[in-house]
Design a protein around this ligand. Structure first.
Ligand SMILES: Cc1cc2nc3c(=O)[nH]c(=O)nc-3n(C[C@H](O)[C@H](O)[C@H](O)COP(=O)(O)OP(=O)(O)OC[C@H]3O[C@@H](n4cnc5c(N)ncnc54)[C@H](O)[C@@H]3O)c2cc1C
Length: 153
């Protein structure tokens, strides 16, 4: 049971929860993050982090660590939609070229970074924040609003 005076409870340590924890930590806001698994993702999910996300990661001081893991090359990549891995292609979308000279953003349109790596970097940075309590191996099952505790503040 969590009943201390934290202002924020974050449920889930995916990219969103970890980024929120880091952002709150940099602002000195106390928060507890619970995640049911004992570690961050260990199986493939995202491989593409958009440039706009890197702009936010820059503000949070983690962009250089993420850039170091970037595997996007100087090639035109496409996302392919298929009936199965080696099956019929239903259609595809060309990703913006990473070397595009006239790209309007300050960052490349996208970075090739595995979510396994991304979450691990975000966790390391969130862990350094004094106001953030990371609790892996914890599952949120119920939330009770304690009106008395609320008015005590
Ligand atoms: C195969 C695949 C490829 C993808 N490729 C891309 C890509 O290239 N680019 C891209 O931008 N996106 C991609 N995505 C999507 C991306 O992975 C998701 O958008 C992203 O993971 C969502 O992040 P999140 O933090 O919201 O949630 P999640 O990553 O789902 O994290 C939520 C976490 O909360 C935990 N949790 C849930 N309930 C509780 C509870 N009650 N108590 C405690 N913990 C709990 C979960 O176990 C999980 O760890 C891909 C997804 C898949 C599956």
């Amino acid at each position: 049971m969590i009943s201390d005076d934290s202002f924020v409870l974050i449920v889930g340590a995916g990219p969103v929860g970890l980024t929120l924890a880091l952002d709150l930590g940099l602002r000195g806001v106390p928060a507890i993050l619970v995640n049911e698994n004992v570690e961050t993702a260990n199986h493939p999910k995202c491989n593409i982090v958009n440039g706009r996300s890197i702009e936010h990661f820059s503000r949070l001081g983690v962009a250089n660590d993420i850039r170091r893991e970037n595997f996007s090359g100087d090639v035109q990549e496409r996302v392919s939609f298929r009936t199965r891995f080696c099956g019929h292609e239903l259609g595809s979308i060309a990703l913006p070229f990473v070397g595009e000279k006239n790209w309007p953003g300050p960052e490349s349109p996208w970075f090739g970074v595995s979510q396994v790596v991304l979450e691990s970097i975000l966790k390391q940075h969130a862990h350094k924040q004094a106001s953030i309590d990371l609790r892996f191996g914890w599952r949120a099952t119920d939330i009770t609003i304690d009106e008395e505790a609320h008015t005590r503040r």
